[in-house]
Design a protein around this ligand. Sequence first.
Ligand SMILES: [Zn+2]
Length: 334
Amino acid sequence: MPDKNSAGCGSQELCIALDLGGTNIAAALVDASGRMVCCKKTRTQAHRGAQAVVADLVSLAIECSSEASRLGAIVRGVGIGSAGQIDPESGVVVSATDNLPGFSGLRLRDIVADATGLETYVDNDANAAALGEAWVGAAKGCNNLVCLTLGTGVGGGIIANGSLVHGIRGCGGELGHMSINFDGPECNCGSRGCLESYVSTWAVEKRIKALALMRGGSWKAIYNATGGAVKGLFDAARDGDQEAIELADEVGRHLGFGVASLANALAPQMVVLGGGISQAGEILFSAVRKGFRERALLPLRDAVQIVPAKLGEYSVVVGAAALVWRNGCAASSD
Ligand SMILES: [Zn+2]
């Protein structure tokens, strides 16, 4: 991880770290020890097209660069964690979902490098989140881990023997599209029974909406809960609503089945769960561990730790900074 060889970089060296998501763009200045100096955010105006979104991204990067100048710091490079499937070698967005229309085929790294005049590195946002958590987060110092980001979709990042697993064209780690049921519900990717179609925000909200229409009563209240239907579900389960407990348990167990399949394939020391649903706390994690134990191979059942992410909404920017430090002034360990 990047902090191993960061001595000698000095406290006045920073990098610009960018998180390009379908909902928000975040930009931060991060030092070689993973400390965030400042962070700026703006909404992603995806409807205005890729050029407008990239212009906003570049403008935030330049604001960060000016901030670094004010601080008298040297900027060593730019790291980007982006939604979509990213080829880190070419810096191209191989494929992006409808959340970022027009991004497929975009030479994201070169555009940002040309605009800022800085060495730029890009990777998938969930891969960046895994790097961030392994660097200074929940899996600090861990060389074998899996990170799942549970949001509107389900992203994944695998670090095996200290290195991110990219596979061909950088498309590895799309763990949300691992099928856990051959005739399960249709997924946004066109397949069936994907983990994402059971545990993503859209999937759980869809279940709650169907129950609200069918049964009404407390499900209606859960669907309309302040803070969203998913939060409503876990709040109701925590308050003892039996039907909510059953659905919350089912969501957790499905996630546990997915985690068990990943663990059986990769035997990670840790599985880090981040994003919206992971904030449900122990009520979710106990169901996940239950599902995991039902399906994981015996030697792994007590060996794999399933933990919540520590960096919260900043895991991607911190991981994007790790992309710079491991390639730049800090010698890489991967
Ligand atoms: Zn899918």
